[in-house]
Design a protein. Structure first.
Length: 136
């Protein structure tokens, strides 16, 4: 059920043999993302439960979910980019059906992130699902 953009990341990961290269690839995904407008970095968009500063700004237009985000940590910014590839463009009603943990497992991320980073990803996914549920 993953989007074509997420499938592209999965394919890229298949060609990267070691975790260091995959880690760099995630960071590059974050660097390629447009920065979130400073005006959107407010308490309402801040995600709690993350070790670093994280903001997610969801937008639902014509029943389609997407979000922009940012972080002060490069790896987390990359993780936001990965989550954007997973969720952006889905009908809002389908967002809650995505098994994000299983999809991220395909990348091997779960086993290579620290407990704090894993909790942060979990918090981001929970925020995404809650927003989608409110608008479904």
């Amino acid at each position: 059920m993953a989007s074509p953009a997420f499938e592209d990341i999965v394919e890229d990961f298949e060609f990267l043999d070691d975790w260091e290269d995959r880690y760099r690839h995630v960071i590059e995904q974050g660097r390629a993302m447009e920065p979130l407008d400073e005006a959107l970095k407010v308490p309402a968009t801040k995600v709690h439960g993350c070790a670093s500063q994280v903001w997610l700004h969801p937008v639902i237009e014509n029943g389609v979910f997407r979000f922009d985000g940012d972080s002060d940590a490069m790896i987390v910014r990359g993780l936001i980019a990965v989550l954007r590839a997973l969720y952006n463009g889905l009908p809002v009603a389908e967002v809650g059906q995505v098994d994000a943990r299983a999809e991220l497992e395909r990348l091997g991320l779960n086993e290579h992130l620290s407990a704090q980073r894993s909790n942060g990803v979990k918090s981001m996914i929970e925020r995404i699902r809650l927003v989608a549920l409110e608008h479904a």
